[in-house]
Design a protein around this ligand. Structure first.
Ligand code: URA
Length: 221
């Protein structure tokens, strides 16, 4: 069973050992791939920004390898090109943490900070890692808009805000207003920008862009 920290910082320590299964998976990857990042992946971007994007968890050969969310796997190609299109980044995304990319007014985090086997965190791991999401949200004084990528990110975000999950059910392009620690927050939902969702046509580039157009309107309002 995962252990629970008393007061969580907004970022998990790189060698976080709260979830034994995840810590063991990372330890095995450290042996197999000593040149990879292999640790809890910190949020990336502007911690004073007004937009917080919540992903699921680091990909094995993406964020777990490079140490930056959505960097090194397909999901990042769509996410970062979309951030660029909507004026939320500067520089050129080159799928490397040293590519010089900067996010504008935006922070990217994950509901679960450590890579889970087969991209599937357990319910207990999602609950255990939520303390960092709660602290992350509370530590963003100007936070106005959030984007949950997928149902797990949505549910964990709603619970992190202490809201009733039944009152705000996940759905692509849904938009909710939920009370946050520093004022009301707008929560947008999108299907996760994973290769699986885009290959199957569940999420098209246009659908993803439309969600960001709505986010842009909220930021500019
Ligand atoms: N990479 C991340 O950091 N998070 C995801 O949800 C997917 C890929």
């Amino acid at each position: 069973m995962p252990k629970t920290a008393v007061i969580a910082p907004p970022e998990a320590p790189k060698d976080c050992d709260i979830c034994p299964r995840l810590a063991g998976f990372i330890a095995a990857n450290r042996v197999a791939h000593p040149d990879w990042y292999n640790g809890a992946v910190p949020s990336f971007g502007d911690a004073t920004g007004r937009l917080l994007i919540v992903g699921l968890a680091p990909g094995l050969q993406g964020a777990n390898k490079t140490g930056r969310p959505f960097t090194g796997d397909y999901a990042g190609d769509l996410l970062y090109s979309t951030l660029d299109k909507y004026g939320l980044s500067t520089g050129k995304f080159q799928a490397r943490p040293d590519d010089g990319l900067k996010l504008k007014d935006t922070l990217i985090t994950n509901a679960v900070r450590c890579v889970p086997p087969e991209n599937k965190p357990t319910g207990a791991e999602i609950v255990a890692c939520r303390q960092f999401l709660i602290s992350r949200i509370a530590a963003m004084p100007k936070l106005k808009v959030m984007l949950a990528l997928g149902r797990i990110a949505h549910d964990s975000t709603v619970r992190a805000l202490g809201a009733k999950p039944n009152a705000s059910v996940f759905g692509h392009a849904k938009r909710y207003v939920i009370a946050g620690p520093n004022g009301p927050l707008i929560l947008h939902d999108s299907y996760h920008c994973s290769r699986y969702n885009t290959n199957t046509g569940r999420l098209t580039t246009e659908m993803f862009h439309n969600v960001f157009a709505a986010i842009r309107r909220d930021l500019d309002a």
